[in-house]
Design a protein around this ligand. Structure first.
Ligand SMILES: C[S@@+](CC[C@H](N)C(=O)[O-])C[C@H]1O[C@@H](n2cnc3c(N)ncnc32)[C@H](O)[C@@H]1O
Ligand code: SF4
Ligand code: SF4
Length: 318
């Protein structure tokens, strides 16, 4: 039996109608890490949104199915996260909390579970303390903390997704990472295709050849009780001969069509990861509830062209 994740169901449906069903909320743009690949919008600009404000906004969106708390490192505002999760759980809205796990504790993990968090999503790119500390420029003991917190999440019965960024730093180690994910007790592994970051000029994305090799190897060695989600590959998976099978999903992109990003200053972005274009601001007259009915020009243009930087990066010049 593979574990299917409720939060992800939005990405497994096909979408004809554009509608705001998912909201990513940058509770804070601050972060205690400084990853080279980081896609956070205006990281560390000090913009935050407290729980009462997020809840007010969410309560005005009757069609919302899911909320993702992501920044920045949103656990820097732990109490706000907890209150938002509690509200969403009470109103049938699925939640995901994206974190580097460095600031979690047993008490916090239990509090998130008890608040009804649908799933916790933890970045996991290294299989040993030395490589982790070298890449992230943190003390090697931080890796022990990461491992301990992952185990605490699974032991607490909190649905746990480990996300690995497939990029130059991980592409030759994906099988070992996958085994480590399993050893840590996690049965849901998301492989996020890396996206070029124009704002920082970061471009150490996986090549087409290593992407094909890594995905095929991961599928070949997948254990029966594990689910693999490959993200930002749906536009070209078939073209590369990569296909879904039981427990293997090439998630459908929902960014800009079903999901938008809300920054702490009220800016609404099409997608924080690949299309950080501001299409309005909730404090300057934009209604999130009506945004697809009254499409601002930048959103209409996006919906017409549906650009995908992941596709462009791999197929440029072909
Ligand atoms: C911006 S982080 C915020 C949450 C948390 N601080 C963390 O790092 O997990 C959210 C996710 O974006 C992903 N991400 C960051 N930079 C990326 C890039 N250049 N391409 C693809 N995904 C990226 C990370 O792997 C992470 O899982
Ligand atoms: S931990 Fe997350 S938000 Fe922080 S720098 Fe790394 S990717 Fe960006
Ligand atoms: S449009 Fe952006 S978020 Fe969607 S699959 Fe392409 S790169 Fe990923």
């Amino acid at each position: 039996m593979t574990a299917k994740n409720r939060y992800k169901s939005l990405e497994l449906e096909t979408h004809d109608v554009v509608e705001l069903e998912g909201l990513e909320v940058g509770v804070t743009s601050s972060c205690n890490f400084k990853c080279d690949y980081c896609c956070a919008y205006n990281r560390d600009d000090g913009q935050c949104m407290d729980a009462q404000e997020v809840i007010r906004i969410i309560s005005e969106l009757p069609r919302l199915k899911r909320v993702r708390l992501s920044g920045g490192e949103v656990t820097l505002k732990f109490q706000d996260c907890l209150e938002i999760v509690t509200y969403c759980a009470a109103h049938g809205i699925d939640t995901q909390l994206n974190t580097n796990a460095s600031l979690l504790t047993e008490e916090r993990i239990h509090a998130l579970r008890n608040a009804g968090l649908s799933n916790i999503h933890i970045s996991f790119n290294y299989t040993d303390a030395e490589a982790y500390s070298t890449y992230y420029r943190v003390h090697p003991r931080m890796y022990e903390r990461l491992e301990r917190n992952i185990r605490l999440c699974t032991e607490a019965g909190l649905e746990t997704v480990l996300e690995t960024l497939l990029f130059e730093g991980t592409q030759s180690n994906m099988l070992a990472i996958s085994e480590k994910v399993y050893d840590l007790g996690v049965r849901i592994h998301e492989i996020q295709n890396s996206i070029v970051m124009p704002h920082s000029k970061w471009s150490k994305i996986a090549s087409k050849e290593s992407l094909i090799r890594s995905v095929n190897e991961l599928i070949k060695h997948k254990k029966d009780d594990t689910t693999l989600y490959f993200t930002c590959m749906d536009r070209f998976a078939d073209q590369l001969g990569l296909h879904e099978q039981p427990g293997v999903y090439f998630s459908n992109c929902v960014d800009g069509t079903k999901q938008l990003h809300l920054h702490g200053n009220g800016d609404i972005l099409i997608c924080e990861l690949c299309h950080p274009v501001v299409i309005g601001n909730i404090y300057q007259g934009t209604s999130l509830n009506e945004i697809y009915a009254k499409q601002p020009p930048a959103l209409a243009d996006f919906l017409e062209k549906r650009p995908c930087p992941a596709y462009d990066a791999l197929f440029a010049g072909e």
